[in-house]
Design a protein around this ligand. Structure first.
Ligand SMILES: C[S@@+](CC[C@H](N)C(=O)[O-])C[C@H]1O[C@@H](n2cnc3c(N)ncnc32)[C@H](O)[C@@H]1O
Length: 249
C-alpha cells in the first residue's frame, strides 16, 4: 500500500513538474506565498540549516528571507527535484521520501518545513513526524502545512468527498482535475496528535474564502482577506484550505 501510494504520488508530480510553477502563478497562490514567507521569517534566522520536506521546485527556498541559510530540499518526484536544482544551483536537493531521513544524522537541522500540502501525501504520518523530531536540533522549529479536512471547498462539495473522509483523492489547484492523487486531510486534533512529540504547538489557517472566489481576486484583495481570516477563532479557521502547525523540539 505504502509503495503503491509512493508510486502514484511521485508519478503525479513528475507529470506536473514542467508546468508546476506556471499553474501556481495566480494571485491567490501568490498571496498565500506572502503569508507563508512572513511565518517563515519568524522561525528561520541567518545561518540556519533548513530541511524542506516535499520541496517540489524549491518554493520554500524562495520564501525564506533570512540570509546565508543552508537549504536542503527533499522530494519523491525526480522531475520536481530536477526543476528545483535548475532554479537553485546553490542549494542541496535529494530525491527521497520524507518517510526515510536515514541519510541525515540526529540533530542536523535548526528548522524543518513542509509547505503547501506535501505532508498530506504521507501515508503513515507518525513515523515521519518522529523522524523529523530526530533530525531537528533541540529548540529547533518545525512548520508543516496540510490540507484541511473541513475546508469550505470540501464542505460545499461533500457529495464528491463522501463524508469528508481523512483520506481522499485530490487535484492540486489549477491542475487538470480529472487526474487525481491520494491525499490525507487533517483537523486540529489529528494534527496535534501527529506532532505530539513536539512542544509549543500553534495551529493556524490559510485561506478560507479566496480559494472559492479566486478568479475575481487581485493579489492585494486576496492577501487582505487571508489576513483577516487569521483573526477568526480556531473552530472557524478549520474551514480553511490549509492548516499549519508550528512547534518546537
Ligand atoms: C503540492 S506540492 C508542494 C511543493 C512545494 N512544497 C511547494 O510549496 O511548492 C507537494 C510535493 O510533495 C512531494 N511529496 C509528496 N509526498 C512526499 C513524500 N512522502 N516525501 C517527499 N516528498 C513528497 C511531491 O512530489 C510534491 O513535489
Amino acid at each position: 500500500m505504502k509503495d503503491e501510494i509512493h508510486f502514484q504520488v511521485s508519478n503525479y508530480y513528475d507529470e506536473l513538474s514542467s508546468i508546476y510553477d506556471e499553474i501556481f502563478d495566480d494571485s491567490v497562490s501568490r498571496a498565500e506565498d506572502l503569508i507563508i514567507s512572513e511565518v517563515l521569517s519568524q522561525l528561520i534566522h541567518e545561518g540556519f540549516h533548513v530541511l524542506d520536506c516535499g520541496c517540489g521546485t524549491g518554493l520554500g527556498k524562495e520564501l525564506i528571507s533570512a540570509k546565508n541559510v543552508h537549504y536542503h530540499g527533499i522530494d519523491i518526484s525526480k522531475k520536481m527535484i530536477e526543476q528545483a536544482r535548475a532554479k537553485h544551483p546553490d542549494s542541496t536537493f535529494h530525491i527521497s521520501d520524507m518517510a526515510d531521513l536515514s541519510h541525515y544524522e540526529d540533530e542536523s537541522f535548526d528548522a524543518i518545513i513542509s509547505i503547501n500540502g506535501s505532508f498530506s501525501h504521507v501515508h503513515d504520518p507518525t513515523p515521519v513526524s518522529n523522524e523529523m523530531y530526530r533530525v531537528l536540533k533541540p529548540g529547533g522549529k518545525l512548520l508543516t502545512m496540510v490540507y484541511s479536512r473541513y475546508s469550505l471547498g470540501r464542505l460545499l462539495h461533500s457529495w464528491r468527498h463522501g463524508v469528508l473522509t481523512k483520506e481522499a483523492l485530490y487535484s492540486v489547484r489549477n491542475a487538470d482535475n480529472e487526474v487525481l492523487v491520494p491525499a490525507s486531510f487533517y483537523d486540529r486534533g489529528r494534527l496535534l496528535k501527529t506532532f505530539s512529540k513536539f512542544k509549543n504547538h500553534e495551529i493556524d489557517c490559510l485561506n478560507i474564502m479566496a480559494e472559492l472566489i479566486r478568479l475575481n481576486l487581485s493579489l492585494s484583495i486576496s492577501l487582505k482577506i487571508m489576513k483577516l481570516e487569521r483573526r477568526l477563532p480556531i473552530t472557524i479557521r478549520q474551514l480553511a484550505h490549509a492548516l499549519t502547525i508550528t512547534c518546537e523540539k
